[in-house]
Ligand binder design. Sequence first.
Ligand code: ADP
Ligand code: MG
Length: 206
Amino acid sequence: MDTELALAWVREIAAAVERQEAQLTELDSAIGDSDHGSNLRRGFNAVMTALDSPEPTAVGAVLAKTGATLISKVGGASGPLYGSAFRAMGKALPEEKATTAALATALAEGLLAIQQLGGAAPGDKTIVDAWAPALAAFEQAVSQGLSAAAEAAAEAADQGARDTVPLQARKGRASYLGPRSIGHQDPGATSTALIFRALAQSARTA
Ligand code: ADP
Ligand code: MG
């Protein structure tokens, strides 16, 4: 991954959030407070502005600036969680170019940051349920190169998001619903799948 690809990834996330805002909000209306789509749209719109002025010149700087902007602009739980993840990934990737193995390490640092801040484990019906399987799939496919690893991660994240449907939420706002959170796909796991899909898409066209 080079700086151009890091920028393309974040821009693709912003575009996908824009396209899927209504769907994310719909999911959050079932087990939350109907703001996940608008939270992410506001956050990634601010990220787009921040990345234009001035444009970062290293992979790590792109991701760190993305993280810092999400933390400062998004009020909901997802802002600090995704913000910390991107900031941790940025910290893990200081160089201009990052190998696929280095990106795997960065994605692991991202998950660690999410879990340190939010305290969620796999099965709690959160972002972790898509990020953890995506990371495992990415790590397993590292030797096949970035495009294949990102594609495998995107598939695993999609599956992880779908697998949240029968789970009962144990973290975040949805946990207040207790057993009534069962039967709905988690909004945050769904947006994590979008983030990995965007990586696969930008890696394919790079
Ligand atoms: P809020 O819940 O504050 O309205 P959002 O609607 O933007 O924030 O985000 C909700 C999503 O955040 C949930 O669907 C869940 O995936 C994720 N989430 C909430 N709490 C946690 C946590 N402690 N760890 C990981 N993810 C979490
Ligand atoms: Mg919400």
